[in-house]
Design a binder for this molecule. Structure first.
Ligand SMILES: [Zn+2]
Ligand SMILES: [Zn+2]
Length: 393
C-alpha cells in the first residue's frame, strides 16, 4: 500500500508549494482550511470541522469491518516571519511564512489520506486524520481534543519535518526515539509590587526593580541547587517591564519567563518553587509578588512499544540505515503533540529535510527556513505503513 506514495511525490510537492504561498497564523486559518477541505472532498473523505477554530478531523472507515482506531496528525499554522527565501512559491501573505514546515506536514498527511482511502477496503477499523490549528502557541491540539477528536483513538502518530533534532542528520532519515523526546513548556508571570518614590530617597518607598533583580537571580538557584543534575530543566526570564524615568522608583515591575523540563514531576516542582521564591524574596525586601503559572504543554513522551513499532514500519519503507532510534539528547523545544500522547500511546517522529547543498539546513522559524522536498513521499509512506500494519495486525 505504502508504495503508492512514491508515485505521489510530484503531487505532494505541488500541494506543499500551494500551501506555502498562503501561510496563516494562530487558530483561524480560513484559506488553509479551505485548501485541505477541497482536497479531502476531491478524494471523497468525509470530515468534521472544529467549532472553535480552523482544525478538522477526517475519517476513513476501513472496509474489513470494525477494529482499532489510529490517528495521524498534521499541524496547519505558519509563523509571523517575513520570508527571505527566493522561490516561485514564496509566501504571498506579507509578514507570514511557513517557517516550521507545517505546509509539508499537511501535504504529507493529505498524500497518506489519499492512498489509505483508495485502499480502504483492505483496512480493518478506522483512520482519523487530524489537521490541527495553532501548534506554535501550543493550543490547537487542546481544541481538537476538546471537540472530541481523541475519542476512541487507540494510537496516535505525528511527524515533524526539518532539522529539529539535528541539522547534521542526512535528508530522508527518519528519527523515532522511545521515551521523552521534547520538553514541556509553561509560562510564568510575576508582578512585583513596591512603593514608588523619588530616586534620590529610596528609603521612602519600596523598590520593585531591586526586588525583581533579586528574584531573577534567585530563580536560577532552582536549577543550580534543587533540580538533580541528571534531570534537564531550563528557566528563562524573557521579559522584564520596569520603570519609566531614570530618577523615579516605580511601584510595579513585571517579569515573564518560560520553564522547560523533560519530566512532569520536575515541571510541577519548579512551578511551585518559582511561586515561593518570588513571593518570599519580595517579602524579604518589604514588597509583594504575585506569581501566575500559565500551564502550557507536558513533555512529549513516546510510548516504548509504539516507537519501536513505528521504527519498524519506517525501516520497511526506507531501509535499515535510514531510521534512527536513539539521539544524544531530547530537544528542549515543546510540541503540543504531547497532549495527544497523554490520552493514547503513540510516537512523535522526525523526518530530516536538512540538506546543506539545497540550503535547507537553516534553523526552524528562520526567515531562510526551507525543506528538501525530495523527502515528502517518505512522510506519507511511513504514515500509510504504520496505519495499515497497526489496523490489520
Ligand atoms: Zn515551530
Ligand atoms: Zn513545528
Amino acid at each position: 500500500m505504502w508504495k503508492d506514495c512514491r508515485k505521489l511525490q510530484d503531487e505532494l510537492v505541488s500541494m506543499r508549494r500551494e500551501l506555502h504561498r498562503i501561510p496563516e497564523t494562530g487558530l483561524h486559518l480560513p484559506k488553509t482550511r479551505k485548501y485541505v477541505e477541497d482536497k479531502l472532498c476531491e478524494y471523497g473523505i468525509p470530515f468534521t470541522e472544529d467549532p472553535e477554530d480552523s482544525g478538522l478531523v477526517a475519517v476513513i472507515e476501513g472496509g474489513r469491518g470494525p477494529g482499532k482506531t489510529i490517528a495521524l496528525r498534521a499541524d496547519m499554522d505558519a509563523l509571523p516571519v517575513t520570508e527571505a527565501v527566493e522561490s516561485d512559491y514564496r509566501s504571498e501573505h506579507e509578514g507570514k511564512m511557513h517557517a516550521c514546515g507545517h505546509d509539508a506536514h499537511m501535504a504529507m498527511l493529505l498524500g497518506a489520506a489519499k492512498v489509505l482511502n483508495e485502499h480502504r477496503d483492505e483496512l480493518k477499523g478506522r483512520v482519523k486524520l487530524f489537521f490541527q490549528a495553532d501548534e506554535e502557541e501550543v493550543i490547537g491540539a487542546r481544541h481538537l481534543i476538546e471537540a472530541g477528536g481523541m475519542e476512541g483513538v487507540d494510537a496516535v502518530f505525528g511527524t515533524h519535518i526539518g532539522s529539529i533534532i539535528s541539522k547534521d542528520i542526512a535528508p530522508g532519515k527518519f528519527i523515532v526515539v522511545p521515551g521523552c523526546i521534547m520538553a514541556s513548556n509553561d509560562r510564568f508571570m510575576i508582578k512585583v509590587k513596591g512603593t514608588g518614590c523619588h530616586g534620590s530617597t529610596p528609603e521612602k518607598g519600596v523598590d520593585p526593580i531591586s526586588i525583581a533583580a533579586h528574584i531573577i537571580v534567585n530563580l536560577q538557584e532552582i536549577n543550580a541547587r534543587e533540580v538533580p543534575a541528571v534531570k534537564a530543566a531550563v528557566i528563562t526570564v524573557g521579559k522584564l517591564n520596569a520603570g519609566f524615568a531614570y530618577n523615579v522608583i516605580p511601584s510595579e515591575v513585571e517579569i515573564e519567563g518560560t520553564v522547560r523540563t523533560l519530566d512532569d514531576g520536575v515541571r510541577k516542582e519548579i512551578a511551585g518553587r518559582i511561586k515561593e521564591i518570588s513571593e518570599l524574596t519580595a517579602k524579604t525586601f518589604r514588597g509583594e509578588a504575585e506569581c501566575v503559572i500559565e500551564w502550557g504543554v507536558p513533555p512529549v513522551e513516546n510510548d516504548e512499544e509504539m516507537a519501536a513499532f513505528a521504527a519498524d514500519c519506517a525501516r520497511e519503507v526506507l531501509g535499515e540505515d535510514m531510521v534512527i532510534t536513539s539521539v544524544p539528547s531530547p530537544n528542549m523545544g515543546a510540541e503540543d503533540f504531547a497532549e495527544y500522547l497523554k490520552l493514547a500511546p503513540g510516537a512523535f517522529m522526525f523526518l530530516s529535510s536538512s540538506n546543506p547543498e539545497k540550503k535547507t539546513d537553516m534553523p526552524h522559524h528562520s526567515p531562510l527556513f526551507n525543506i528538501d522536498e525530495d523527502v515528502l513521499w517518505e512522510g506519507s509512506a511511513v504514515f500509510v505503513n504504520i496505519a495499515q500494519r497497526f489496523l490489520n495486525q
